[in-house]
Design a protein. Structure first.
Length: 94
């Protein structure tokens, strides 16, 4: 069965909300076990989410869930640009 590593990013996040938002999003994804090896980072300009799953070859499900978590975890509204950076087929770790 194929697995996919999906990398996406969101720009336009308020700078004072990025680091806390990344941590809160990471914690929220622990309740979404269908995504594995999840990482959310803040580089001072954008949030980057990386996750692996076996069902989302176009990344649209993860994009929807990332968007939901950004809305929930970053209380102040913002106009960000969410985009898929890459989708790579990977071999799952046994």
């Amino acid at each position: 069965m194929a697995w996919y590593r999906i990398v996406m990013e969101c720009s336009g996040v308020p700078p004072d909300a990025g680091a806390t938002g990344a941590n809160d999003i990471m914690e929220a994804f622990t309740r979404r076990p269908w995504h594995q090896n999840v990482r959310c980072t803040w580089d001072g300009v954008r949030l980057t989410l990386t996750a692996e799953n076996d069902f989302d070859r176009k990344g649209l499900a993860l994009m929807d869930e990332f968007s939901d978590e950004m809305s929930a975890c970053i209380s102040r509204g913002f106009n960000g640009d969410l985009r898929i950076v890459s989708i790579t087929e990977v071999t799952p770790k046994a």
